[in-house]
Ligand binder design. Structure first.
Ligand code: UD1
Length: 424
């Protein structure tokens, strides 16, 4: 079985470059389906399983995707299907965001309902309600949702989201670009990835205002075209390295980290004793004294609060913290599966519903552990760097979904880490 092997205890130093944000690229690739003319050039696309899945999804619909290094060239002039292949949608929940562009441009989309997921049920009811508000009919049958626009196409409307869902905001924003009249999304998700998507849509000829605030206004246009866009850096990848630097670094520099996107993480690691300095090209972090974080209380919430996607990594850091920390996960149910794995390494963590109580110990010990989801995988790698002895992390397909060359980047920082493939 493929695994990552880490010999813990080696400090990391030097500089690491962060790639484009996975959660921005995925909707941006989907948005490319809105262009009835021209070619899009998307730059700084990370090499990730999820990104390849999305590229495969839009290719299956008839788009052409050419990859040169980290640039994707996309042409969507000859789309021939509005039904993404079942296995691709099932594999990745995020592919549900092709519904909005397909519905907007072709008046129809047939989407498999995403299956269960390791971090809770994650329904798509808000996506469906939002698209219905724009006039679409949604018929759910046999595990599929069949969306159909009214005669004359979607029409602008006021949509209030019960929860500021990232994906639902994207789907509705994209659907509204080609709708007649104005759409107003209230209680919209404010994540930087959604701002990046809005910037790309505007470069394609859309009229989107207010992305990054609670209220997004979209004035429908009649057609959109390809555009050139550079994806924003991945704040979760950056945060993962910053956390590793806060516990095992000798002053590492995370190039491309945007400190504005990372405010809650930087505040928390500083509160825990780490030092941080940002400049225009990145963020440098020095470890807490004795490399043990002071105890923290952390609560995940929607942007701009502390992100759920950096919850597992800070739990790993605090497992060797000084004193008792609490972590409250408010975004997803069932997102503490990494705790059982960290306990195999000696961590003293109790979970009660959405609360984890961590009693920091002096030293984790290496063990065989398994990534249960993408960010849990990153947390186990951080724990492995901190632990005594050898840690083996399995379940690498989760890590490959969202980290481009995680092992190579830690190697370049001087960690004793390697990846062994199935047949070695
Ligand atoms: C996105 C991110 C993911 C991140 C999450 C929260 C992508 C590809 N993924 O996921 O990495 O962890 O935001 O920051 O960008 N919900 C509903 N009904 C819906 C939609 C969502 O009840 O129709 C609930 C979800 O179950 C969850 C909460 O809303 O509890 C937030 O989910 P959402 O913001 O939609 O997350 P995703 O877009 O799936």
């Amino acid at each position: 079985m493929a695994k990552i092997i880490i010999e813990g205890g080696h400090r990391i130093e030097g500089s690491v470059r962060i790639g484009g944000a996975k959660n921005a690229v995925l909707p941006i690739l989907a948005a490319s389906l809105l262009a009835s003319s021209g070619t899009s050039h998307i730059e700084d696309v990370p090499s990730l399983l999820d990104v390849r899945n999305m590229a495969e999804t839009i290719t299956a619909l008839g788009a052409t995707v050419q990859v040169t290094g980290s640039t994707y060239q996309i042409r969507a002039t000859d789309i021939r299907s509005v039904e993404p292949p079942l296995d691709l949608v099932r594999r990745m929940r995020a592919s549900f965001v092709v519904a909005g562009p397909l519905l907007a441009r072709f008046g129809e989309a047939v989407m498999a309902l995403p299956g269960g997921c390791n971090i809770g049920p994650r329904p798509v009811d808000l996506h469906i309600k939002g698209l219905e508000a724009l006039g679409a009919r949604a018929v759910i049958e046999g595990g599929f949702v069949h969306f159909k626009a009214p005669r004359g196409g979607l029409r602008g409307a006021r949509v209030y989201l019960d929860i500021p869902s990232v994906g639902a905001t994207q789907n509705i924003m994209m659907a509204a670009t080609l709708a007649k009249g104005q759409t107003i999304i209230e209680n919209a998700a404010k994540e930087p990835e959604n701002v990046d998507l809005a910037n790309y849509l505007n470069a394609m000829g859309a009229r989107v205002r207010g992305a990054g605030t609670d209220t997004i206004r979209i004035d429908g246009v009649s057609a959109m075209h390809g555009a050139t866009h550079t994806v924003i850096p991945d704040r979760i990848e950056a945060g993962t390295f910053l956390l590793a630097g806060a516990v095992m670094g000798n002053g590492i520099y995370v190039e491309n980290a945007v400190s504005n996107h990372l405010t809650p993480l930087l505040a928390k690691i500083q509160e825990a004793g780490a030092e941080v300095a940002d400049d225009v090209t990145g963020v440098r972090v020095w470890p807490a004294e004795g490399s043990r974080l002071r105890a923290l209380d952390v609560k995940t919430h929607y942007y701009p609060a502390y992100p759920t996607d950096l919850q597992a990594q800070i739990v790993a850091g605090l497992a060797m913290g000084l004193g008792t920390s609490t972590i409250t996960e408010t975004v997803f149910e069932n997102r503490f599966m990494h705790v059982a794995e960290l306990r195999r390494m000696g961590a003293e963590i109790q979970v009660e519903g959405r609360l984890a109580i961590i009693d920091g110990i002096e030293k984790l010990s290496g063990a065989q552990v398994t990534a249960t989801d993408l960010r849990a995988g990153a947390a186990l790698v951080i724990a492995g760097l901190m632990a005594d002895g050898y840690t083996e992390v399995m379940g690498l397909h989760h890590i490959d979904r969202g980290y481009d060359n995680l092992v190579g980047k830690f190697q370049a920082l001087g960690a004793n880490i390697r990846r062994v493939e199935d047949d070695e």
